[in-house]
Design a protein around this ligand. Structure first.
Ligand code: AHR
Length: 504
């Protein structure tokens, strides 16, 4: 540990990073485990609506304010025939789902999910299968979803009861195509060519769509970041984003190291930006390709339990991580890191949304509740809008074996000048003590503290359960106040803080 135990911050409009694309608060629903069946959909549930969607889950999703949800996978995507999930229910096949070794009953497909998303106030981030399929299936699916009428697949959609096109605007070109676990995985050359030709055809059908090329499945893939440069070499004119995926965990139970994982995410983002910009420079291109961090979360708790699940069941409880308080802190640091790159990370999806590595848990036939990680996402999604601002920080550091010097505070600010809103997000990583902080916020002289939300807990391993759903929950008794023109507060040890200021 170095330096005096206090933090000095400067908030200044000149430290503006960029506008926050609301889609940075996206999430993800895959046909996996109980995400769809028993998660968003359960036709016999007491809260089920006319289409069988759980209203209790919809209410929690709306509270999270998720502007966009990625669908239908994930690894599931690479073996999926979209035609199985449309048309009369009685004609839909049951399929061996090879990615997760289950039976897919196809009770929910493209049209039902589009309807669910509407009810959740979300857009759909759609995906085409480039594992077992290719240009033709992608062409037909896009025509089915976005073309108004008067063609084979648009008329088929109308016949299926959906007169208006879905008009999905953002599409993924496959999923994790670099991964050996992926059905139909490819070399960068193979994928780059296929994605390029698929993208060309898709933009012929609907030039208003945006496309996400499949990037590396993480920095741990030996092919990162060369994969990005090879793929973009092919698809640069037609790709708007390149995808990034990362899951972190604490299997070794080392809190200091775990709390520093966001530094790895920062390196991953910076490295991917370099690769993408290198291709732009090489091509003398004018267009900037941005980042779609469309899978990020903590994932490790459920790994052992999953190995005991019998194959070929319908919606078994797979990847059901029960998150504790320390996971919520890590999620806070990851959100802050994404915001610190708001100029280039335009899309991000917390993976996933319900039951499967998710902020929302349900009991089939029973209630739904908020996991610990629900809260940092909730606060950022609701209060972290407008533009992101770097915060200049002077504070003590600690040494991490993996990441070197780690600041005790991880922080970023957001401002929405039209609404007169300024929000400071901060995680105190200190395991020993609260950290007094003083912030010079010189360009916001009329701003007053609205509230100081704190998520803290004496037990870092505390979780929310069906019996005790509020063990880990935020309070608004934080100590932020304005003294002599400075914003001061004590950030409790191991805490997530949201200090909201307003000009009104
Ligand atoms: O989100 C769970 C899985 O993680 C996804 O299906 C896959 O894309 C990733 O490996």
């Amino acid at each position: 540990m170095s330096n005096e135990m206090k933090a000095s911050l400067i908030l200044d409009k000149d430290f503006r990073i960029g506008d926050i694309d609301p889609r940075i608060y996206g999430s993800f629903i895959e046909h996996l485990g109980r995400a769809v069946y028993g998660g968003i959909y359960e036709k016999d549930h007491p809260t089920a609506d006319d289409m069988g969607f759980r209203r209790d889950v919809l209410d929690l999703v709306k509270e999270l304010n998720v502007p966009m949800v990625r669908y239908p996978g994930g690894n599931f995507l690479s073996g999926y025939d979209w035609e199985d999930g449309v048309g009369p229910l009685e004609d839909r096949p049951r399929r061996l789902e090879l990615a997760w070794k289950t039976i897919e009953p196809n009770w929910i497909g493209t049209n039902e999910f589009a309807e669910w998303a509407k009810r959740a106030n979300s857009e759909v981030m759609m995906a085409v299968n480039l594992g077992t399929r290719g240009i033709e299936a992608a062409r037909n699916l896009l025509e089915y979803c976005n073309h108004p009428s008067g063609s084979k697949y648009s008329d088929l959609r109308i016949k299926h009861g959906y007169k208006e096109p879905h008009n999905f605007k953002l599409w993924c070109l496959g999923n994790e195509m670099d991964g050996h676990w992926q059905i139909g995985h490819k070399t960068a050359e193979e994928y780059g060519r296929l994605a390029c030709e698929t993208a060309r055809v898709m933009k012929m059908i609907d030039p208003t769509i945006e496309l996400v090329a499949s990037g590396s499945s993480g920095t741990w893939m030996k092919t990162w970041p060369e994969w990005e440069t090879i793929v973009l070499d092919h698809i640069y004119p037609n790709a708007d984003y390149i995808s990034m995926h990362t899951y972190v965990g604490n299997p070794g139970n080392n809190l200091s190291e775990y709390l520093a994982e966001s530094l790895g995410i920062d390196e991953y983002i910076r490295g991917t930006i370099s690769a993408v910009d290198y291709v732009q420079a090489k091509k003398r291109g004018k267009k900037q390709v941005n980042l779609s961090f469309d899978e990020w979360n903590v994932w490790f708790h459920s790994n052992e339990a999953d190995t005991k699940i019998e194959p070929w069941g319908i919606a078994p409880p797979q990847l059901e991580d029960h998150y504790n308080f320390e996971d919520a802190l890590v999620i806070g640091t990851l959100i802050i890191t994404l915001l610190k790159h708001a100029d280039r990370v335009k899309v991000a999806c917390l993976a996933q949304l319900v039951n499967v590595i998710a902020p929302i848990m349900t009991k089939t036939g029973g209630p739904a509740w908020k996991q610990t990680i629900f809260y940092p996402f909730l606060h950022a999604s609701n209060f972290g809008r407008g533009a992101a601002m770097n915060v200049q920080v002077k504070c003590p550091t600690y040494k991490s074996e993996k990441f070197g010097d780690v600041s005790l505070i991880e922080t970023v600010a957001t401002m929405d000048e039209e609404k007169g809103a300024l929000t400071l997000f901060a995680v105190n990583r200190s395991q020993d003590s609260g950290l007094p902080m003083e912030a010079d916020f010189r360009q916001f002289p009329d701003y007053k503290v609205v509230e100081h939300i704190v998520l803290e807990n004496a037990d870092i391993k505390a979780i929310n359960t069906i019996e005790n759903p509020n063990t880990v929950a935020p309070h608004t008794n934080g100590s932020a106040k304005i003294t002599d023109g400075k914003l001061t507060a004590v950030l409790p040890k191991l805490s997530w803080n949201v200090i909201r200021l307003s000009a009104r």
